[in-house]
Design a protein around this ligand. Structure first.
Ligand code: SF4
Length: 292
């Protein structure tokens, strides 16, 4: 089964959310920033930070001139802060090696720090209107249901790209719009837990036709409370809020429930390059400890 691209694109034209990074005046660099932020963080939390970043760092060289610590502070509570450091590194490479412009070629994009298969194609498609398959979790889910009749997509596979590319309309401008629409459908209607099929623009869907067979995938509930990730977040909060390096005791007080876990979190932050230690044993955000 295929996907009715006309129906999907029409629906997108009528119902797409008015997200700021979709406006025509937005540059490829600003789209790249949004894509990095949106990978693991919901739209509602990304939007205010993205607006701030666009105003503060409108071009890659502006971000490249900032310190790692500034970027980590500005990242705030978006989570998975290694993304911020990678984007900072990417900005530096764009400023020094690409004339302060985000390339439009997927292979060149893939060579940039922190840019993976999804982001490279998302930029090529959404910023430059190219006909390339853009495959994220939402797209994989819609394709699994509408085309293959499965309740869920299962693990990512190399065939996902070819699978999605086969669905793209031949016309380049239609293909880019189709990709955006497919993602939108997965994000707003064909959601993981409660697909709202009554609002779906697709006239046929293999999963519905098959009688909505149940998923054979066992879901793992991701808890956050008490995890190493939460401990890392608390330690980073202390450093973000401090005007300069802090003593170890300030970090100890930020996570008192498990000293072993706290030590693990601290080690991993150091290892990831998100924080550093000063010569006199204090702790600081990356680039703010005077170690380099
Ligand atoms: S009919 Fe339902 S399951 Fe099928 S693509 Fe539409 S929303 Fe998803």
């Amino acid at each position: 089964m295929s996907i009715d691209s006309d129906a999907l694109i029409d629906w997108y034209g009528e119902t797409a959310r008015d997200l700021p990074w979709r406006r025509p005046e937005v540059t490829a660099w600003q789209i790249l920033m949004s894509e990095i932020m949106l990978q693991q963080t919901p739209v509602v939390r990304v939007e205010p930070v993205w607006r701030e970043w666009v105003a503060r760092w409108p071009v890659p060289s502006a971000m490249a001139a900032a310190s790692q610590g500034e970027v980590l502070r500005a990242w705030g509570k978006l989570g998975y802060p290694r993304r911020a450091l990678r984007l900072h590194e990417c900005a530096r490479v764009l400023a020094t090696e690409h004339g302060d412009v985000v390339p439009d070629d997927v292979d060149v994009l893939l060579g940039l720090p922190g840019i993976g298969a999804y982001t490279a194609r998302a930029v090529a498609c959404f910023a430059y209107g190219q006909r390339v398959p853009v495959v994220d979790t939402n797209v994989r889910r819609v394709v699994a249901r509408a085309v293959h009749g499965r309740a869920e997509a299962g693990n990512p596979a190399t065939r996902d790209l070819a699978d999605t590319e086969a669905l793209l309309p031949a016309r380049v401008d239609r293909a880019a719009r189709f990709s955006a629409a497919l993602m939108e459908l997965g994000a707003t209607v064909c959601t993981a837990r409660n697909p709202d099929c009554s609002r779906c623009p697709l006239p046929t869907c293999a999963w519905v036709t098959a009688g909505r067979p149940a998923s054979d995938i066992v879901r793992r509930t991701q808890k956050y409370d008490g995890t190493d990730r939460q401990a890392r977040g608390r330690l980073l909060d202390v450093l973000r809020a401090a005007p300069g390096p802090v003593e170890r005791v300030a970090l100890d007080l930020a996570w008192t429930r498990d000293p072993g876990q706290r030590a693990r979190a601290l080690d991993s932050l150091l290892l990831d390059g998100l924080i550093e230690q000063t010569r006199d044993g204090l702790f600081a955000l990356a680039g703010e400890g005077g170690a380099s």
